[in-house]
Ligand binder design. Structure first.
Ligand code: ADP
Ligand code: MG
Length: 582
């Protein structure tokens, strides 16, 4: 193949820093009051399409260890090691049996000093209490984002549309490219994975060469990485195919060596021809060099992928999840290159399914890419509270013990998450966190109060994350607001913030921005929900912003001080005093 023929446009030298996905699962028992001011309306009506069929939890059960299910067996006394040399050579069998029976920890010749045998329970019971309570969860994994549900209520339409488009792949035709849109937590990834599993298993059933490749572009976020991942996957697949063929051909060759008639029923007319094929396959396998994580020119990576995918006949569906992150980070070169491959592939065909949280991301695409990618579009609307309830009920049935939830738990989780743009992920997080909080407090049952605590905890985690990732300048501004509040200042105005901000900047040797920029930063903090600012008119003195903190002060301050730069501020009190001096 001519390398230049389908060289991709744009090159980006791949970088290697795979950003680790952090998963904060820890639950800190944040004691918060039970009455949240943000009470969502709870709609008590039961939707008539509530399908309570417990879905098959499948393999995920195996990953869960449930200490309560299998109480630890009393530790049996370990058999003391026998000391063979202490036995005289002429010991008879029966003597040995008696000896074995009477062997105890005082057996001569066995040094048991320092070995503790716990005939009586001699631990301090650190875990006993925790194990004793009947655990609330049957299988907590089912509530985690990594779990792929086998049933997706309220996504039948979207799943059917995907299937209708992708079925061409099973007929050996190229399916239209698909773009899927929807906010986070609307079931896009879960539905796409479900469809891809079905597609692959059906293709195996009918023995048609159809493969699905799923790529999460939040992790694999450069053209180099996407192409390298694809190339390496197909190289691996090709090598498996080649290995299989080679195994069969080598066997045939050795049979034919003894008995040439063995070739009669094969496609080979002579042993030489067979040997040639074997050698060619060996050379093919040799030639398929995996792409390194970094270092190759992008067009070489592209060519490697091209050759690998085109090695034999197949239809490949490439699912690019979080495709907006890829475009945002590295532009649309990858999509451009992928979308024009079909005109050059000889044996295989590819179809792209892009999944985006951002409804407007196609605005940034080259018009050709846009029209090619969006041949079919499927929208995932937000769930309403009733739909969220169904989803939660399905999952609760397999994740919690029977009767572990009071009746209002699921409706409340659903109502909170419906407020959060109908996010099923949020709903499931709430339910899981509520269960964990109940478990921690050794409650027998998850109640409404646990859901409220869970809501506060998740909200706090969000704030902590937002504050932690603020730019330094915004952190200094926020810290100024906190210092003022801590000193009992209400209706803090921009000038006051700016004063403290300036002094803080001097203290830590940071650039001092203009008051105007600081006002902008305050607006940003306002939009993030960290401060609450209102513009007030001061009559002939013009207008100013008055603000207050809208997040818990202690936690926010702790996050700010954990920043190495702000952590250097030793004693902030004098700055605040300065406000009154000025
Ligand atoms: P998205 O990709 O749109 O952000 P996900 O597919 O990751 O959303 O869904 C978020 C969480 O909600 C996942 O744990 C998923 O299993 C669950 N979920 C979403 N929709 C459904 C549904 N219809 N039925 C069951 N679970 C769902
Ligand atoms: Mg997703």
């Amino acid at each position: 193949m001519d390398e230049g023929e389908h060289a991709p446009n744009g090159t980006d030298p791949g970088d290697t820093d795979e950003s680790p996905t952090t998963d904060s699962e820890t639950v800190s028992p944040s004691s918060t009051d039970n009455q949240s001011p943000r009470d969502p309306p709870i709609d008590q009506t039961t939707p008539d399409d509530l399908d309570m069929t417990p879905s098959n939890p499948g393999d995920s059960h195996s990953t869960d260890s449930r200490p309560g299910d299998s109480p630890p067996t009393d530790s049996t006394e370990p058999e003391p090691p026998t000391d063979e040399t202490s036995d005289s050579a002429d010991t008879t069998a029966s003597e040995e049996a008696v000896a074995a029976q009477s062997r105890d920890r005082s057996s001569p010749g066995v040094d048991l000093d320092g070995v503790v045998f716990d005939d009586d329970d001699d631990n301090q019971g650190l875990f006993d209490d925790l194990l004793a309570g009947e655990p609330i969860f049957e299988n907590k994994e089912v509530l985690r984002p990594s779990y792929t549900p086998h049933e997706l209520p309220h996504r039948t339409d979207q799943i059917n549309r995907m299937a209708t488009i992708l079925v061409s792949a099973l007929r050996g035709e190229t399916p239209s490219n698909i773009l899927i849109y929807g906010k986070t937590g609307t079931g896009k990834t879960a539905s796409a994975k479900f469809v891809s599993q079905e597609l692959e298993s059906t293709s195996k059933k009918y023995d048609v060469p159809c493969e699905v490749e799923y790529i999460n572009c939040e992790v694999t976020d450069t053209q180099y990485r996407v192409l390298a991942q694809l190339a390496n996957t197909f190289i691996e697949k090709n090598q498996a195919v080649i290995d299989g063929r080679l195994g069969r051909l080598r066997e045939l060759a050795s049979t034919a060596d003894d008995d040439p008639s063995a070739l009669e029923s094969s496609a080979f007319t002579s042993l030489e021809e067979l040997t040639e094929t074997i050698e060619r396959l060996e050379a093919d396998a040799e030639e398929m060099e995996p792409v390194p994580m970094t270092g190759w020119p992008t067009d070489r990576v592209y060519t490697t992928f091209f050759d690998a995918v085109d090695y034999h006949e197949r239809v490949v569906v490439i699912m690019l999840d979080e495709i907006d992150k890829l475009v945002e980070k590295s532009g649309d070169d990858t999509l451009y290159n992928l979308s024009r491959m079909n005109s050059e592939l000889d044996n295989s065909r590819i179809s792209i399914m892009g999944i985006s949280n951002d409804l407007k991301f196609t605005d940034f695409l080259d018009p050709r890419v846009k029209s090619s990618l969006g041949e079919e579009e499927i929208v995932f609307p937000p769930y309403d509270a009733n739909q969220l309830r169904d989803i939660l009920q399905h999952r609760a049935d397999i994740s919690f013990k029977t009767d572990a939830l009071t009746d209002d738990v699921i409706p409340l989780c659903a109502a909170f998450a419906a407020q959060e743009h109908g996010d099923a992920r949020r709903a499931l997080d709430l339910l899981r966190t509520a269960g964990e909080l109940a478990e921690r407090s050794q409650a027998e049952i998850v109640a409404e109060s646990h859901v409220r605590q869970a809501q506060d905890k998740i909200e706090l985690d969000r704030v902590v994350e937002v504050v932690r990732t603020l730019p330094t300048q915004s952190k200094i501004v926020l810290f100024a607001v906190i210092l003022l509040e801590k000193n009992g200042v209400h209706n803090i105005n921009t000038g006051e913030v700016f004063n403290i901000y300036k002094r803080l900047c001097e203290e830590i040797d940071a650039d001092v921005l203009t008051q105007r920029r600081v006002t902008d930063l305050i607006s940003e903090l306002d939009m993030l929900g960290i401060v609450n600012a209102v513009v007030v008119s001061k009559g002939r003195y013009g207008r100013t912003k008055e603000m207050g903190l809208s997040v818990p002060i202690e936690e926010t301050e702790a996050v700010l001080l954990s920043d190495s730069r702000l952590g250097n501020i030793e004693n902030a009190q004098p700055f605040v005093q300065a406000r009154f001096d000025n």
